[in-house]
Ligand binder design. Structure first.
Ligand code: SF4
Length: 481
């Protein structure tokens, strides 16, 4: 039996991400493909990532002639968890092409987990909600009639939606094969990275899930569990990607990295012994970073950049989100990481229930005082099966999902109008850039740095000064509307 895998994240359809020039191959799709191949099926991947659009799959279908088309999103990439409507539309088109070619269509994604009925209506034979590699393997050996008795599926039976019991996820991640890196053409990814950034970064997952309970965070695939691979298998995979494909940098795409006690220390030791010297980018929480010698071990392993879910500079808002971290921890972890030469970046979130102008000012103050290396700003986005969603769903209008990752539409009535938050997003960037330019000007005046990038940044100070002033005025006007 021939199985063609694909996924619905097209970088070109998400203008902001495409502009950033940081594309990653579909790790979760390649992993599912490797498992199916290991089970004896003939497998190929149509990697949507860098394609112009879904129609390109028609040629692949014509050449490969699959019996089954599996739309399996990369659930390790947070972009797929955003359930963007532009990607949903692309998914429906991919399904349509598979249908026209007579394929059986199986679907797994965050969006399909939340809305199986939509994907079934679009032509999917079976949706596999949640963690579904085992479900997929089982379905490939069953016909449609038997499929209804499989755990972890949603399908239409006798005109109604039938959902079976959710399947328990993997416990032994080390038993999984290495993702099918050989089935995706990595050269175009490498070229984009080299041209834009001067190095090649690849993605790798070391865990599944997150046990924390931030009440806005949707975890439709792996839920609140936390499973971890052994440091040895992760190191082996990195070795393969460095020697085989020329990667020198890794984005460890785990929700949170290094939660298991002792894991980072063992991993760091192995990496040092191996003689490999990759640079690492991770996502983590302030409280975890402050545990034991985590930061020292991470630095020894090659930590280059941390994206911290800081969210807010107001303790009141962190508590309302059930974040479980403190503003003090954010300050401590940031200063410690910066003192060790690590780039610290913040995920920030505006518009949470009850957030006032005073809370927003605390977030701006935190940004100015800590000066992270970069910031990613979002507004609170209610996704199904979260406490936050339940609190605000009565206020939903027609639009319930963002179009792309730069949409930032408010889906519910925040303290201020939607335009205020759009302006606040711009304003925060101006505040941040102005401060950054001022710091660089000081470094030049003190002869601490005369590099071209420092000078370029310092020269922009007058522009950011004016831009920040104008944007503050606009913000004040919008605050009163
Ligand atoms: S720590 Fe991160 S991944 Fe875990 S629940 Fe909070 S926001 Fe979600």
């Amino acid at each position: 039996m021939k199985v063609l895998f694909t996924h619905s994240y097209f970088y070109r359809f998400d203008e902001k991400q495409w502009r950033l020039r940081r594309p990653y191959p579909p790790y979760g799709t390649m992993l599912a493909a490797a498992m199916v191949r290991q089970a004896g099926f003939e497998v190929a991947i149509y990697d949507s990532g860098l394609q112009e659009g879904p129609a390109g799959i028609k040629e692949k279908i014509e050449v490969f002639k699959p019996d089954v088309l599996v739309l399996f999103d990369d659930n390790f990439n947070y972009l797929s968890k955003m359930c963007l409507t532009v990607m949903r539309k692309a998914a429906f088109e991919l399904i349509q092409y598979g249908k026209e070619a007579g394929c059986r269509i199986l679907v797994n994604s965050s969006d399909a987990t939340d809305h199986p009925e939509m994907f079934l209506e679009a032509g999917a034979d079976v949706v596999m909600p949640g963690e579904s590699e085992m479900t997929l393997l089982e379905l490939l050996t069953k016909d449609i009639a038997e499929a209804a008795f499989t755990e972890g599926i949603a399908l239409v039976k006798n005109g109604s939606l039938l959902k079976t019991k959710r399947r328990t996820g993997f416990k032994e991640l080390d038993s999984l094969p290495v993702p099918a890196w050989d089935l995706v053409n990595l050269e175009p990814y490498k070229k984009i990275w080299q041209d834009a950034h001067g190095y090649f970064s690849l993605n790798i997952a070391t865990t599944r899930g997150c046990p924390f309970k931030c009440n806005w965070c949707a975890k439709p695939i792996y839920g609140n569990r936390y499973q971890s691979r052994s440091p040895e298998t992760v190191m082996e995979e990195m070795k393969l990607l460095m020697t085989g494909y020329g990667a020198t940098h890794f984005w460890i795409c785990d929700d949170i990295f290094g939660l298991k006690p002792g894991w980072v220390k063992s991993f760091s030791g192995l990496l040092q012994q191996s003689g490999l010297h990759p640079k690492l980018k991770i996502q983590c929480r302030a409280d975890l970073l402050l545990k034991e010698e985590t930061i020292d071990d991470l630095v020894a392993a090659g930590l280059d950049e941390v994206w911290m879910g800081a969210e807010s500079g107001s303790q009141k808002i962190l508590d309302a989100m059930d974040k479980g971290t403190t503003v003090k921890q954010i300050y401590l972890a940031t200063n410690l990481l910066k003192s060790k030469g690590v780039k610290v970046c913040f995920f920030l979130q505006y518009g949470y229930i009850g957030e006032t102008k005073a809370d927003i000012d605390l977030t701006l103050k935190m940004v100015k005082e800590l000066m992270p290396h970069d910031i990613g700003i979002s507004v609170s986005y209610p996704l199904p099966n979260t406490g936050f969603y339940e609190k605000v769903k009565a206020q939903f209008k027609d639009k319930q999902n963002w179009t792309d990752s730069d949409d930032l539409a408010m889906m519910y009535q925040g303290t201020f109008i939607a335009d205020f938050y759009r302006q606040l997003h711009r304003h925060t960037h101006f505040v941040f850039r102005q401060r950054f330019s001022a710091i660089n000007l000081k470094r030049i005046l003190r002869a601490q740095s005369l590099s071209i990038s420092t000078m370029k940044s310092a020269i922009k100070l007058p522009y950011f000064f004016v831009a920040e002033m104008v944007s503050r005025r606009k913000l004040n006007a919008l605050e009163k509307r």
